[in-house]
Design a protein around this ligand. Structure first.
Ligand code: IPE
Ligand code: IPE
Ligand code: MG
Length: 263
């Protein structure tokens, strides 16, 4: 999409307008991945049960998905439930699943309207039947959308993904000496997708928590103190702007001699 597309959606004079005008649309991250964290703390600050934080987090998901699509981001991946999150109390897990189901039902039309293709990464087969059905329905309904790809990481673990990829590689019969990084990446859940350029984590935690371990090799990491339920368009634009000020080197040297000598 474009600056115009984004600005058309921001009320004139709104503070987000200034930020939107500062974004360089020719240098957008192709893939943004987000570790949505801090729902529990958001609820605790309000003396509410943790699940109220998850409930409030849905508004942040909605806003982020639409902002990313309007910005023209190619792939957005949201970490919604890790394989380790099964350790949480059963009531919290079932509320998270119920909220996911409700989100899919209520947002399907928004996804379709914005030409967003929905996809799941993670061990989907281990989720309950009704959740799988709901996910498959959203995947099928949006399959021909050609705009942003929206991956939701569910029952996802980065190490498990690498193990699954290794199993698939073996099953495919690929010969060991033919296997290189590119071939291996084709067995990951994210096969064919660009690696995340920008990894955002909310709520200030400085860790990766088993997310996209292979794919984030050279991602720019942006951690904000903002708790996930408070995350909105403005925060995403701010993260993209910060990303655009970074210098990516991939192990090389600075492309600009002026910058290199200033260091
Ligand atoms: C993120 O918020 C949501 C999920 C992991 C599903 P948390 O529930 O981890 O919130 P905190 O980290 O306890 O504040
Ligand atoms: C990471 O958050 C998982 C998701 C956002 C789904 P956690 O809250 O589970 O991570 P840790 O336990 O703080 O590392
Ligand atoms: Mg957390």
């Amino acid at each position: 999409m474009s600056r115009e597309e984004l600005l058309a959606w921001i009320p004139a004079g709104h503070p987000d307008e200034t930020l939107a005008r500062q974004i360089s649309f020719d240098r957008l991250p192709a893939h943004i991945a987000i570790i949505m964290d801090g729902n529990g703390r958001w609820a605790a600050q309000r003396h509410l049960p943790r699940v109220e934080g998850h409930r409030a987090g849905i508004d942040a998901v909605r806003d982020t998905v639409e902002t990313a699509a309007r910005l023209g981001i190619e792939v957005l991946t949201l970490y919604a439930f890790s394989m380790e999150n099964w350790k949480r109390p059963a009531a919290e897990v079932s509320t998270l699943m119920m909220l996911l189901k409700r989100y899919l039902r209520s947002e399907l039309n928004t996804l379709l309207r914005n030409d967003i293709r929905f996809s799941v990464i993670g061990r989907m087969d281990d989720l309950s039947r009704d959740i799988q059905d709901e996910l498959h329905a959203a995947i099928d309904r949006t399959a021909s959308d050609s705009g942003m790809l929206f991956n939701i990481a569910l029952n996802y673990g980065g190490r498990a993904e690498i193990v699954d990829a290794a199993r698939r590689a073996i099953e495919s019969g690929v010969r060991p000496h033919d296997l290189d990084e590119q071939r291996f990446a084709d067995f990951l859940y994210t096969a064919g997708q660009p690696d995340p350029d920008l990894l955002i984590r909310t709520s200030g935690e400085m860790r990766v928590s088993n997310f996209l371990l292979w794919q984030i090799a050279y991602a720019e990491i942006y951690v904000t103190e903002t708790l996930w339920p408070d995350f909105r368009r403005w925060h995403l634009l701010e993260a993209v702007q910060a990303y655009q000020k970074r210098e990516r080197r991939y192990g090389g040297i600075s492309p600009s001699p002026a910058v290199a000598s200033a260091k």
